[in-house]
Structure formats: C-alpha cells, structure tokens
Design a protein around this ligand. Sequence first.
Ligand code: FES
Length: 183
Amino acid sequence: MLRTEQNELLTRTAPGTSMGAMFRRYWIPALLAEELAENDGAPVRVQLLSESLIAFRDTQGRYGLIDEFCAHRGVSLWFGRNEACGLRCPYHGWKYDMTGQCVELPSEPEATGFRATVRLRSYPLVERGGVLWTYMGPPEYQPGLPEYEFALVPPEHRFVSKRLQFCNWLQALEGGIDSSHVS
Ligand code: FES
C-alpha cells in the first residue's frame, strides 16, 4: 500500500509537481485528428495534466492548443469564433492566433502597443498517425516528433481510438498491467 504522501507524489501532474514535470518531457496524445477535421471548425476543450486548454484548426489548417480562458476577463474560448486564422473571444472580441498571440484587440488603438503584449500560454500540436500530439515541457528539451511505427503506416493499416476514464493515470496504468488480465 502506498502512503498518502507517496500517492500524492506519484499521481499529481499539475504544473509544479514532480510527475507533472516528468510527463511534460514527452509528446502526449491530446485528441484524435478527426476531432479537428475542418479548417475554421468548432474549437475543442482539452484537459491535460490539470491544464484547461482549447484546441482549434485555423483557416490555413494549422493546429493550435492554447489556454482555454481569454486574457481579458477569463471567458472560455470554447465559445469563441474560429475565423480568419484566429479564435475570437465572443465577449469583447480579442482574437488569438494558433500560438496564443493576441492579433486583434478592438477596444485599444494599435499604436499603444498593448495588443502585442497579450499572449496566452500555448503548446505545439502536431498530427501523426491520426492523433494530435502536444508537448507541454520546456522548449529546449522537446524530443523528436512522435513518429512511432503505427503513425507512419497508411491510415488503413491502423486503428486509433480514444476513451475517457475518470481516474488518475496511475490507476489506469495499474489496471492495464494487472497480470490477472493476461489470462
Ligand atoms: S473577455 Fe475576452 S475579450 Fe473580453
């Protein structure tokens, strides 16, 4: 049996935790590519390592994964309008590109330079093997792309799926490797 403090150490993955730092050194499967099937389609909520994020695909087909909440008054960008290479907040119209940079701020003259200082947290999002992967760690430690064998074969040679399991990562892994399941 794990003691409470050991359990906390192993299962917490938010920013600033030990296991969170470890997971942030790998590419993580964030969602299925088919969930962002179209340019300018509806944005998708993504919860990863205790971070609330929004994934979207812009007008040019580029993927973005940015902080869910607008830097102005914290409105969820899940309600945003995905248009003309950016996600526009529905409240006061601040608009962000796929890097999280604010590219339009209607209530402030551009000459003040304020818009350029507004940027949401963002992570790279790449498609390999029908999966959208993200890397959430320090840029200087970003590993090579997740080009596993299954991700490089033609789509008709693989099957990818996703399911939601309401538990922490260790409970899922422990269930998966339970030797009684082998038989
Ligand atoms: S809350 Fe998003 S623009 Fe004001």
